[in-house]
Write a protein that binds this ligand. Structure first.
Ligand code: FMN
Length: 417
């Protein structure tokens, strides 16, 4: 080659010094955002985000389960796929929602407000957790266009519940997500071993940690204290949570609540209701018969009952039981556009992500959440193109011809630890 030819091959890129900008420019998939989040967070907080219950068998299977199905493309001319669809009567940009995750300001000082901005910009619904760290009214004020859902707990105190519903309605939350998988708290042994609390207690170990993750600690200590303002029946700040309050909150469970309470909620709430946290087609059918609008099939990301089935195991049976009477959302392990394609082909209407958007939040704030959504959108469009479907409706209608059950391979990409 002549020197002038060689010169044409040379590409000198200016090194990007900011870690956040470097991640935003160079992380190509959710797994790389996970790795970036791990570099930013203190180990105990990363474990709280990433870990699962007991042996983490469910957590690991939440990834490998997607290998149970292969994709079978059909060739022919195709228009560029559109990913828009409707969910609970509203148009959404992708068959995707952002599922509730408590204590989000632990991961980034802007917490849920940053997630809400990204979800609104992407045209996706976001479910604010009951244990969220910003008030629902503040989320509504900063993201007025956001499709706002609230993760409400059933309560034996109907007066408390009624005032909470009023609060949700006033703040423009039109959909309630009722969790049914926390009758007891899953034993997350990483958290127990780490002595994890939210906020983290200042112990000798955390002081040592400050030396290794100074950036996170500076941001955390400079920000307002952690509060759970949506636990209150009325809009009020709520007091700062301390490590001992966190233990009390987690120790509290509502195992006495059941179908009657759900039926009562159905009568009290004119908006949409989603039941979240079952993998039992019988529960799906019963929810449909009570007038629940959607079920979010979920094993809580492997954080609650270890060895619980994955939603992918039960989508087809659930769909057969309820027909089109109810919408089905699937979470727990969604990391790729192809996962969404498989879930929809088996009968889901949409998928939902938890940890992936948190990885984005940790690594890049609201822009990081947006980038993770963009990555999944990109992968979804590419997979739809390669499979040969041009719309979500076509994917759902032709699902049976697109996925085939195969023998699962062993994988080691997203292992805990
Ligand atoms: C840090 C964290 C906090 C969570 N908090 C809640 C919660 O408050 N309420 C709830 O119903 N689910 C909660 N979940 C479970 C998620 O809503 C969702 O079911 C799960 O994360 C989906 O799996 P994925 O993380 O593999 O996407 C939480 C999950 C994580 C990772």
């Amino acid at each position: 080659m002549k020197l002038s030819d060689v010169r044409q091959l040379v590409q000198v890129k200016t090194p990007v010094l900011s870690r956040k900008r470097r991640t935003l420019a160079t992380a190509w998939n959710v797994a790389e955002y996970r790795a970036a989040a791990r570099r930013v967070l203190p180990a105990g907080i990363f474990d709280y985000l990433d870990g699962g219950a007991e042996d983490e068998a469910t957590l690991v299977r939440n990834r490998s389960v997607f290998d149970r199905w292969g994709l079978m493309p059909a060739w022919g001319s195709l228009t560029v796929p559109t990913t828009t669809t409707t969910l609970l009567g509203r148009d959404i940009a992708l068959p995707l929602t952002l599922t509730p995750t408590g204590a989000t300001r632990l991961f980034h000082p802007e917490g849920e407000l940053a997630v809400g901005r990204a979800a609104a910009a992407a045209g996706l619904p976001y479910v604010l957790a009951g244990l969220s760290t910003v008030a629902m009214e503040d989320l509504a004020a900063t993201s007025p266009d956001l499709d706002r859902w609230f993760n409400i707990g059933l309560s034996p105190d109907k007066g408390y519940l009624a005032s909470k519903l009023e609060r949700c309605e006033a703040a423009g939350f039109h959909t309630l997500v009722v969790g049914v998988d926390t009758r007891a708290l899953g034993s997350r042994e990483r958290d127990r071993r780490n002595g994890f609390t939210a906020p983290p207690a200042l112990t000798l170990a955390s002081l040592i940690d400050i030396a290794t993750r100074p950036g996170w600690w500076v941001n955390f200590l400079r920000a307002d204290g952690i509060r759970f303002p949506n636990l209150e029946p009325a809009a009020a700040g709520g007091s700062m949570v301390t490590p001992s309050m966190w233990e009390q909150i987690l120790g509290h469970s509502e195992s006495g609540q059941g179908w009657d309470d759900l039926e009562e909620l159905r009568m009290m709430w004119p908006g949409k209701i989603v039941l979240k946290g079952t993998v039992n087609p019988g529960d799906v059918a019963r929810a449909a018969s009570l007038g629940v609008d959607a079920v979010q099939l979920s094993n809580h990301g492997g954080r609650q009952l270890d060895h619980m089935l994955n939603p992918m195991d039960v989508i087809q049976e659930s769909r057969q039981r309820v027909g089109d009477n109810i919408e089905l959302i699937v979470d727990s392990g969604i990391r790729r556009g192809s996962d969404i394609v498989k879930a929809l082909a088996l009968g889901a209407d949409a998928c939902s992500i938890g940890r992936p958007y948190l990885y984005g939040l940790v690594a890049g704030g609201s822009a990081g959440v947006g980038r993770v959504i963009d990555i999944l959108a990109d992968e979804l469009v590419r997979t739809m193109t390669l499979v040969g479907v041009s719309s979500v409706a076509e994917l759902k209608a032709n699902g049976a011809t697109i996925v085939r059950e195969v023998t699962a391979a062993v994988r080691d990409d997203v292992m805990p630890g």
